[in-house]
Design a protein around this ligand. Structure first.
Ligand SMILES: [Zn+2]
Length: 280
């Protein structure tokens, strides 16, 4: 998965770090990532390269991976000469993978910073806290931490069959699992039951936790569960959310080559294919 970067070590503990020429900078402009071109492939600019082009650009330290400090910058209205603008989905496939994970996480923090320029209580300009990863209002003391929205993903199992879905109104057409944001006042298990009931009209038993994944592209934390069907297997589709929901026999579950290694959803689909209902 995108966060599995061993042997590299992600260190998100809060601290201050000086930028060095060899450190990396993720530059964002209007929600897009600005990357340089290295032999036809997108690459991440270093602090040294950014200083050479834009000596005034303010670099914000985010976290480190091994010895590399990772910074973020806002390009604002600057002309991004020499850099190319990419949708942040580029971080699903950037090389090397540890830098792809860094970019995705940086984009999550960039979205948060962009939304916390002004205090939601008194409209004053917010400032980064000196002591923790938070934005603070100097006028009224309001503190805003990075927003991480909890999401559940559910692999619904009926014996040797797995329920796959396709989402309506999205370009992304690969098979998925039932998924949705956790609502206020719900446990993760409540959200699992509600999402499956709403999206496909099925009831569940034996809900069990699988793994979690930070998913920066929706500013969320995904929690993956498997659960067994409890009752009739007839699917009643919520057509506003899903375009398809269908049972697939274990040996017909999509194979490795069709699915990327990046997401928890695909790891869950692959794991069911490999291990079957008793292994998950
Ligand atoms: Zn305020």
């Amino acid at each position: 998965m995108i966060q599995d970067i061993l042997p590299h070590q992600y260190d998100v503990s809060f601290r201050h770090a000086e930028a060095r020429a060899e450190d990396f900078v993720f530059i964002f402009q209007k929600g897009q990532a600005l990357l340089r071109n290295e032999g036809g492939r997108p690459a991440v600019p270093t602090c040294g390269e950014v200083w050479a082009r834009w000596p005034e650009m303010e670099l914000t330290f985010l976290f480190s991976i091994d010895e590399a400090n990772i910074f973020m910058a806002e390009a604002g209205e600057l002309e991004p000469e020499g850099l190319t603008s990419h949708d942040t989905q580029i971080f699903r496939e950037l090389d090397p993978p540890w830098l792809a994970f860094a970019g995705a996480t940086a984009s999550h923090l960039a979205v948060w910073r962009d939304k916390t320029r002004f205090c939601g209580r008194c409209a004053a300009v917010m400032k980064p806290s000196e002591t923790e990863r938070a934005m603070v209002c100097p006028a009224c003391g309001n503190i805003v931490y990075p927003a991480i929205a909890p999401v559940v993903i559910v692999g619904v199992i009926d014996g040797e069959r797995l329920l796959l879905t396709r989402y309506a109104g999205r370009v992304y057409r690969r098979p998925a699992l039932v998924a949705g944001f956790v609502e206020i006042g719900e446990t993760l298990e409540d959200a699992v039951r509600r999402e499956v009931r709403e999206e496909v009209g099925l009831e569940l038993k034996n809900i069990r936790y699988y793994k979690s994944q930070p998913w920066a592209f929706s500013q969320s934390l995904l929690s993956g569960f498997f659960a067994d069907l409890d009752g009739p297997a007839d699917i009643r589709l919520d057509v506003s959310e899903l375009s398809e929901g269908f049972w697939v026999n274990r040996d017909e579950v999509p194979d490795d080559e069709d699915l990327s290694n990046v997401s928890l959803t695909y790891e869950m689909i692959r794991t069911f294919r490999r291990l079957g209902p008793d292994g998950v």
